[in-house]
Design a protein around this ligand. Structure first.
Ligand code: TXA
Ligand code: MG
Length: 331
């Protein structure tokens, strides 16, 4: 499915939004900005449109998509929400939280990978929200990267990875959060479980609900095998640069010129070195999350033999950053 021309990057003018909404309603796919990462969107009720998403990404059809809504009023179209879901929706939407709920018959099997559940969220990015409103249908969208590679946080990242596979990219600037949404399994409302950590932490979810929220334990090898069935995208080597990554609690030394060194905050050293990188000058967690994927991409383009990366200190958002670093390091 290779094209001769490179995908067009559209500014978010009213005219372009109208044009892209029409394309989406006609069954085409469009890369869109969200506050987490860029997504590759298609009409969630149109199985043929969703099949194009899988083809462009070379994503296995066993890996389900997230359905994006404009308003909470659309929720009953795609799923059967429970009281817990409505409570969290009112508290965290629009925002980087995805809920897994029992699906309705209107959601095609290709979206849910044949499961009886569906992943839904209402995104916060104003440009994507305007497009969702204009399109008028729920939009299924995974991250807009070739399957297994690092998620895109700018329109140019999308074009680098999928430019020859898709026609349209809507530019909404760099993603503000920079990590994919928190995924919370609510199929059993009595036992909410985080399947993928993100900017909204298990602690915040537990505080909002007044009940415990289970969270995957950090593991060097990535996701546990028993979660493979539920969330296949969480099992495989994911978010991975081509350059092998080794993780460190604390990085010491930057002497091997063949290696890139990725610090959490700016290291104390006098001379500038082209193989030394950091996520944030002062180690601010939000800014570090925002810059993680872009920095990994930059390093990956740099022809290093290996990446020596430092884990983020502490819990909360550091947990989500470290989850992505561990996946990047998983072989
Ligand atoms: O922030 C995000 O979530 C971004 C933006 C575009 O919204 N989307 C995203 O999608 O990161 P992605 O490529 O990670 O794919 C969605 C993942 C699947 O890999 C799977 O792990 C999980 O969501 N998922 C989707 N439907 C599911 C279901 N019914 N049950 C369990 N997990 C599901
Ligand atoms: Mg993805």
């Amino acid at each position: 499915m290779s094209r001769t021309s490179l995908a067009r990057i559209h500014r978010s003018t009213p005219h372009n939004l109208q044009l892209l909404a029409r394309r989406l309603r006609a069954g085409e796919i469009v890369a869109v900005p969200t506050e987490t990462v860029y997504g590759l969107a298609g009409n969630a009720f149109d199985a043929a449109a969703c099949a194009k998403i899988f083809r462009a990404k070379e994503r296995p059809q066993t890996d389900p998509l997230i359905v994006h809504l404009h308003s909470i009023r659309q929720l009953p179209l795609v799923c059967r929400p429970n009281a817990i879901a409505l409570k969290l929706a009112r508290r965290f939407w629009p925002g980087p939280l995805t809920l897994i709920l029992p699906k309705t018959a209107a959601v095609p099997d290709i979206v849910s990978a044949g499961k009886r559940s569906v992943a839904v969220r209402i995104p916060r990015h104003p440009v994507f929200r305007r497009l969702l409103k204009l399109t008028g249908v729920p939009l299924a969208a995974p991250s807009a990267n070739p399957f297994g590679y690092i998620s895109p946080t700018t329109a140019l990242h999308v074009r680098d990875g999928l430019g020859r596979k898709i026609g349209h990219i809507l530019d909404g600037g760099p993603a503000g959060v920079g990590l994919e949404s928190t995924i919370l399994d609510l199929r059993n409302p009595r036992r909410p479980r985080v399947l993928r950590p993100g900017a909204i932490t298990a602690e915040e979810l537990a505080a909002a609900l007044g009940t415990p929220v289970a969270q995957p334990r950090a593991r060097a090898g990535g996701a546990r095998a028993d979660r493979a069935q539920l969330a296949p995208g969480l099992l495989t080597r994911h978010y991975s640069p081509r350059t092998p990554v080794t993780l460190h609690k604390k990085l010491r030394g930057t002497d091997d010129r063949r290696h890139a060194y990725l610090f959490f905050c700016r290291p104390e050293q006098s001379e500038a070195k082209s193989n030394v990188f950091w996520l944030d000058e002062k180690g601010d967690l939000r800014r570090a999350a925002q810059r993680l994927f872009g920095t990994l991409r930059k390093i990956d383009a740099g022809k290093f033999e290996a990446i020596q990366a430092e884990l983020a200190p502490g819990g909360g958002l550091a947990f989500a950053i470290n989850d992505r670093l561990r996946r990047a390091a998983a072989r």
